[in-house]
Design a binder for this molecule. Sequence first.
Ligand SMILES: Nc1ncnc2c1ncn2[C@@H]1O[C@H](COP(=O)(O)OP(=O)(O)OP(=O)(O)O)[C@@H](O)[C@H]1O
Ligand SMILES: [Mg+2]
Length: 236
Amino acid sequence: MLEVRDVDVTYGDIQALWGVSFSVRKGEMVALVGSNGAGKSTVLRTLSGVQKPRKGTITVEGTRSDTVDAHKVVELGVSLVPEGRRLFRDMTILENLELGGYIGRARKVKEEHLEWVFQMFPVLKQRISQLAGTLSGGEQQMLAIARALMSDPKLLLVDELSLGLAPIIVKNIYKTLREINKSRNVTILVVEQNVRLALEVADRAYVIENGRITMEGAGKELLASEAIKSAYLAIG
Ligand SMILES: Nc1ncnc2c1ncn2[C@@H]1O[C@H](COP(=O)(O)OP(=O)(O)OP(=O)(O)O)[C@@H](O)[C@H]1O
Ligand SMILES: [Mg+2]
């Protein structure tokens, strides 16, 4: 459903992505892993339309998404959970969720969606009137995902969900993402610095190094590969 072909992205004189190509099939959960500064967030920002590629093409279910505005990309069914969550801290959970559902195709089904995200993340329902800025880190991450789901995405992009969270909380959120992936057939692309975790949860993964895709394979296959073990899974 997602085809990325030969994408270059530059920030001024600095080239961040070099000929990036990869694809995600409908219903898959795919991980993009790599170390600091490899270009992971740049890939997600480009997929969500906030960053425009200098070269290459991106198609979502056969429709070009790289040539349209970011809000049109949301209408195509692509929703980003950004790095650092970017919640409206002085607004309540409900207000954050309502803003997430404020687009054309999602608006009609807002009530149903609200029920669904509360079912996925019951703690958000219990705290519906609490200000986002006063939630714990894990709750904020759940709210960021829930807000993205309110736009009724076909493709959910999640940037570094594990950042700053305890392993047990991260595990639970990934479990919920899997459920969202399976039960509602939402295709998911996650970006992770925590390579082991990402390879354990994803169907397939791509490795990005210095702005280039260098490896791809099934999560379990990559976990067992020597190149991955020595570069990313070294046990110190
Ligand atoms: N707005 C920007 N202006 C200039 N350079 C940028 C900008 N954003 C990112 N870069 C550069 O592009 C490269 C890729 O950055 P990016 O944020 O995509 O990496 P990342 O893999 O997400 O890293 P991290 O794991 O630290 O989040 C880095 O060299 C970074 O310094
Ligand atoms: Mg990043």
